[in-house]
Design a protein around this ligand. Structure first.
Ligand SMILES: N[C@@H](CCC(=O)N[C@@H](CS)C(=O)NCC(=O)O)C(=O)O
Length: 219
């Protein structure tokens, strides 16, 4: 059994998708950001960065894993699914997973913050993060013109990228010039485990998310 600590955000949805795809038994424990559950000592003692997602594997001596990319790799290795074992296939998965973790997620996250959450609208900062996010979506689009999925076959790299890429409209982009990305978003989004995972917990409305984020930023 896996305890899964999460909230309705893209980084959380990566893991709900993976747990559903891998059909692992798990218990979802929702972290309440309004009450700052993620900063409480009981949580930080096993998730030192004070953020979601985190898992505790009860079948492995209560082994805790934080950071969504590390959790995806752990789950893929635990189940032997969604990551090839040959050195090149595994490297391809890691490359696209790392691009999500170091590029797509942080850039889109900062773009959302400076576009929607901060009261000051700073054009140079907004442009920097928006343009970099758009550039990275273009990199994904080009790759998806060459391969069906990011690493060739469907893998944890797709699970990591989908919940972020699916929200490109929040950057004010309309998908123009990203035909391969749109094809892949439909393909991945139609998977039953992805449909279920994206609702665990259900996404809150954009307005509610903006209000919550504003409260977190002033603390
Ligand atoms: N690199 C981390 C990022 C985790 C992260 O930023 N989580 C956000 C939600 S998407 C969070 O817990 N925010 C609460 C906070 O900042 O206090 C990962 O991929 O797991």
């Amino acid at each position: 059994m896996i305890d899964f600590f999460t909230a309705p955000t893209p980084n959380g949805h990566k893991i709900s998708i993976a747990l559903e795809e891998m059909q692992l038994p798990y218990e979802l424990r929702e972290i309440n950001f309004d009450q700052e559950d993620q900063k409480k000592p009981d949580y930080v003692k096993f998730s030192p960065n004070g953020r979601i997602p985190t898992i505790i594997d009860r079948d492995e001596g209560d082994f805790a894993v934080f950071e969504s990319g590390a959790i995806l790799i752990y789950l893929a290795e635990k189940t032997g699914q969604f990551m090839p074992s040959d050195i090149k296939g595994r490297s391809l998965v890691m490359q696209w997973l790392m691009l999500q973790m170091a590029g797509v997620g942080p850039m889109m996250g900062q773009a959302f913050v400076f576009l929607n959450y901060f009261p000051e609208k700073i054009p140079s900062v907004i442009d920097r993060y928006k343009n970099e996010s758009a550039r990275l979506l273009g990199v994904l689009d080009k790759r998806l013109g060459e391969a069906e999925y990011l690493a060739g076959d469907y893998s944890i790299a797709d699970m990591a990228t989908y919940p972020w890429a699916a929200r490109f409209d929040m950057l004010g982009l309309d998908g123009q010039g990203l035909p391969n990305l749109l094809r892949w978003l439909d393909l991945v989004g139609d998977r039953p485990a992805v449909e279920t995972g994206m609702e665990l917990p259900p996404m809150i409305s954009a307005d509610e998310r903006i209000e919550r984020a504003k409260k977190m930023l002033v603390k």
